[in-house]
Design a protein around this ligand. Sequence first.
Ligand SMILES: Nc1ncnc2c1ncn2[C@@H]1O[C@H](COP(=O)(O)OP(=O)(O)OP(=O)(O)O)[C@@H](O)[C@H]1O
Length: 289
Amino acid sequence: MTTPVLEARAVTMRFGGLTAVHSVDLTVGSGEIVGLIGPNGAGKTTFFNCLTGLYIPTEGTVTYQGTVLPPKPHLVTQAGIARTFQNIRLFANMTVLENVLVGRHTRTKEGLWSALLRGPGFKKAEKESEARAMDLLAFVGLDHKRDHLARNLPYGEQRKLEIARALASEPGLLLLDEPTAGMNPQETRATEELVFAIRDKGIAVLVIEHDMRFIFNLCDRVAVLVQGEKLVEGTSDVVQADERVIAAYLGTPFEGEPGEEEAAEVAAAEAAADAPADSTTGSTEGDSQ
Ligand SMILES: Nc1ncnc2c1ncn2[C@@H]1O[C@H](COP(=O)(O)OP(=O)(O)OP(=O)(O)O)[C@@H](O)[C@H]1O
């Protein structure tokens, strides 16, 4: 692995009696794309929330570039971690460009309120920020929509805008929570290319996704969470072939019956295909009467 950017050590998150994440270790190296997969309710988003300061882990530490992160979202962003959310969180009534400009507030002196209220300090820094925001919009392919309201963008473009806004904070690590949810295959493919391009900019990526093809095409390494615990971690090939992963997703297969049933169905289909043509015709005629 390359130099670690993010190191989560023995991260545990309990909600009352429920342990949503149990003693999870995960490292993301510079230049890496790491996938986090697992069935519904496995604890993936809770783990992301622990990494980004939304939750204070019950136990464990999260280190970014060698420094333990304070559990406060804005300090985590300032340190260099940006994220997108499973449910898109854009400023719906602001323009595409304004959404990205707000994302830059951690990197400008003027701060969030000045950006929102458009105070004098904001206006001064606006030109420079705008140029940077337009670069990002061009990068995700939305520069032609700069003045559209975020809420009027098609779903796939809203996801792209969220990524552009996250990149505006100039992160060293980007966390993506289900970036292709609700996308068609072409949009998913484009997102794959976008994530590769982000990595090529020198930004490490940690991504949660249910689309296995997307994950296994994209990731250098994949970690599998099941019931809050890390079950397996490895390259795509290793994880795809792991029987515990297959069982976690598909359930343990029943012995005997289903196999026999399938074999009987195949035999019946083969028998029908082999049957003489006139008997098939006869049955069709019979059916139509
Ligand atoms: N704020 C909370 N309070 C109580 N329980 C929570 C809270 N957040 C998550 N949980 C519980 O923790 C467990 C893990 O949920 P989480 O959303 O992290 O799973 P997930 O792997 O991201 O699932 P999905 O793939 O469906 O998004 C679930 O049982 C969930 O109900």
